[in-house]
Design a protein around this ligand. Structure first.
Ligand code: 6R9
Length: 684
């Protein structure tokens, strides 16, 4: 089943930016053999205050034995990202085009922003930042929900050359404090709170806790700007929110009977309301011209050891890479309505909610809510409402929606869809086929986009009009990207084979360093195999040259000398009609070295019993081989996931080993699941 090839729909291919596999190959060859020619042509589509010097367009060192690692693109060029995303679109006649539709948690709560209005708001907030003393190079921490003010703050930073550091609005105050301290942010922007589904989060109070911790550690954030998001509807005259009273407006309960808002903490010397500041601010702000290699943003990603890593992206290369991947991977055309469900607090939201779409003058959706509110068909309802043409989401969301059956999907008109995207983890063929057949009516291309916070944009991905797809394979490299597979000793695996996924040379959008810690950058990514960027993921290349991401290298299992990936086993388990989701970890085994311990979430209504356990064992044995037969299949009503939906296998490994010492679980979306899984642990 997984090896069947799905060809791009010929209608889609006819009008696509890249129309055939042959065209893709030609473009890819040129992009890696002559990167300067390839990318300088693309750079010409953007505005540069000073153009790049041709002879300094691209330089790098990936080999630690030859000196420090560096990556530079478009040296000498200067530009401003907000100018390219906003002014350029307004000047070219797109001022009245919708940049963002905003769809609130409550379906009755929505709004929109045109390119012209977005530019004005960005300029106004840039002036607010300036009035608070923020200048080029200063860091601005952002802890906000999915509201229109969030991209406004990010772009206002880029307007004046400040470096934004967005912290996902679901992180704890400890995590927020740690990130603010690491980046030494001068100012913090947040909102009073947000409804997510039926849950109310008081973000401002989390900020207060965080800022107190930051202060105790010797750093002072001078100002905290607060958007009156919950309180915004208390303005009968439509002027200013009433920040003193209780909310009476749209909220997670959708019935108009808003519960009273808990009070928020306030420090008069530090805190200001967004609307008070914006009222006075001018809606014009001359852009600060930035060098192509000036920092654009910091985004923290978890490291395998403790402290989060502040991945640093710069201006020029990131702009052209975000723009180009968006254009080709989603095959965006004027008139399309694109929707990426990722939170802006993650890299997917940075590159494919904010930068990539705006760089293409696109119209897209920012969604505040969850897939399950007010009903489990919310995603399909939103696609129907806005006539979405490109829909980009995560396998974990797809699997959790599959559980509710097909009727919820069929109820809505999804016929406008052309391209479906997937990101964040390997997509199992079962989920791929459901997405393809049911959501995409068998006529949409699926872009299974492999990339990382560090890579800035897609690096291995199908191109909708060009790439024949295999369910579960991220297929081929994007333009400018040269992947290789290495064995444990660093030898190239040629042709078919499996091993470490590495990249041989940089593309414009890759990270430049870890903020304030270039040493850690070098040792994390460039020390294992000299001359290559090491992704930390495993991959397999099949006989047709397709790449299959097998999961983090630390998720690799070695059972009796057989190397296998957790993803491989999980995909067999989820093929069973009673299984909604599965996560596989290794458990130490006296004879085999490691054995397989599987956590299985049954579908709604399905029984988790001895019969299912034995069927699953047999199935894995049959599909992969006798060596792969799981030792344990445990019932898991839910899995421990981070707020971005990644399964925390580290925690599952502890449960499998019966070790209560699970470590830090504060980044889990639901911490209670850990106890529940310990209770359900079979005696083995
Ligand atoms: C964009 C993003 C990066 C890690 C990456 C890999 C996994 C992401 C994937 C995928 C298989 C895909 N990953 N996309 N694995 N197929 N299409 O998710 O960034 O949060 O930094 O995570 O996610 O393991 O190394 P980030």
């Amino acid at each position: 089943m997984a090896d069947k090839i799905y060809y791009p729909n010929s209608e889609l291919a006819k009008n696509a930016h890249c129309k055939s596999l042959e065209q893709y190959r030609k473009m890819h060859d040129r992009s890696v053999n002559n990167p300067v020619a390839f990318w300088s042509e693309i750079a010409k589509e953007f505005y540069w205050e000073t153009p790049a010097a041709e002879d300094k367009f691209f330089s790098y060192n990936f080999d630690l034995t030859k000196g420090d690692i560096f990556i530079k693109w478009l040296e000498g060029a200067s530009t401003n990202i907000s100018f390219n995303l906003l002014d350029k679109n307004v000047k070219s006649g797109n001022g009245d085009k919708i940049a963002f539709y905003w769809e609130g948690n409550d379906p009755d709560d929505y709004s929109r922003l045109t390119y012209r209005k977005l530019l004005e708001e960005v300029c106004r907030f840039a002036n607010v930042l300036k009035s608070k003393g923020v200048t080029k190079g200063d860091r601005v921490a952002i802890y906000m929900p999915m509201i229109l003010e969030l991209p406004i703050v990010m772009l206002a930073c880029t307007r004046i050359g400040a470096v934004h550091s967005v912290v996902f609005g679901g992180y704890s105050s400890d995590s927020l404090a740690e990130r603010i301290l690491d980046s030494k942010a001068k100012i913090l922007v947040t909102s009073d709170g947000v409804w997510r589904g039926e849950k109310l989060l008081i973000l401002k109070n989390i900020c207060d806790d965080a800022l107190n911790k930051v202060k105790k550690n010797g750093h002072v954030v001078e100002c905290c700007v607060v958007v009156a998001h919950l309180r915004r509807l208390n303005n009968p005259q439509g002027t200013k929110p009433d920040t003193t009273g209780k909310t009476n407006g749209v909220n997670g309960t959708s019935n108009g009977n808003a519960p009273e808002l808990p009070e928020i903490k306030w420090d008069d010397d530090r805190d200001v309301w967004w609307h008070d500041e914006m009222e006075e601010a001018e809606d014009k702000c001359y852009p600060v011209w930035m060098n192509a290699e000036d920092p654009l943003f910091i985004l923290y990603t978890s490291g395998s050891t403790g402290k989060p890593k502040g991945v640093l992206h710069t201006t020029g290369g990131y702009l052209i890479y975000a723009a180009t991947t968006f254009k080709y991977v989603f095959d965006y055309h004027p008139g399309d309505v694109y929707w990426c469900t990722a939170d802006i607090g993650w890299i997917t939201g940075h590159t494919y909610v904010v930068y990539g779409p705006l760089a293409n003058g696109a119209t897209s959706i920012i969604f505040e809510g969850t897939p399950f509110y007010p009903g489990n068909d919310r995603y399909w309802a939103v696609i129907d409402k806005y006539k979405v043409t490109q829909f980009y989401t995560a396998p974990t969301a797809i699997r959790s929606l599959m559980k509710f059956g097909d009727d919820l999907v069929k109820k809505h008109n999804l016929s406008t869809l052309k391209v479906l995207g997937s990101v964040g983890e390997p997509i199992n063929p079962e989920a791929w086929l459901w997405f393809y057949n049911l959501v995409g009516h068998g006529k949409c291309s699926i872009a299974d986009t492999f990339w990382q916070t560090e890579t800035g944009g897609h690096v291995i991905t199908p191109i909708p009009g060009a790439t024949p797809m295999k369910p579960g394979s991220a297929t081929f490299p994007f333009f400018g990207v040269l992947p290789e597979i290495l064995d444990e000793d660093g030898h190239l695996v040629e042709g078919e084979g499996e091993g470490y996924l590495v990249f041989r040379q940089p593309w414009p959008g890759m990270m430049r360093s870890l903020y304030g810690n270039h040493q850690r950058f070098q040792s994390t990514y460039f020390d294992k195999f000299h001359g290559y960027y090491c992704t930390g993921d495993g991959a397999r290349r099949d006989a047709d040259g397709y790449f299959w991401i097998t999961g983090r290298v630390d998720d690799m299992l070695n059972v009796s000398g057989h190397l296998m990936s957790t993803a491989e086993v999980e995909s067999v388990l989820t093929e069973h009609t009673s299984v909604a989701e599965a996560a596989v970890v290794s458990k130490p085994h006296p004879i085999k070295g490691q054995c397989l311990y599987c956590f299985v979430t049954p579908n709604e209504g399905a029984e988790f019993d001895k019969k299912l356990q034995s069927e699953l064992k047999t199935r894995v044995r049959e599909k992969i081989g006798p060596f792969a037969q799981p030792d344990v299949i445990q019932h898991a009503p839910g899995l421990p996931k981070t707020r971005s939906g990644k399964i925390m296998r580290r925690v599952l490994r502890k449960i499998a080993a019966g070790d209560r010492n699970v470590g830090d679980v504060s980044t889990l979306a639901d911490e209670t699941i850990v106890d529940l899984l310990f209770q359900l642990r079979p005696q083995v």
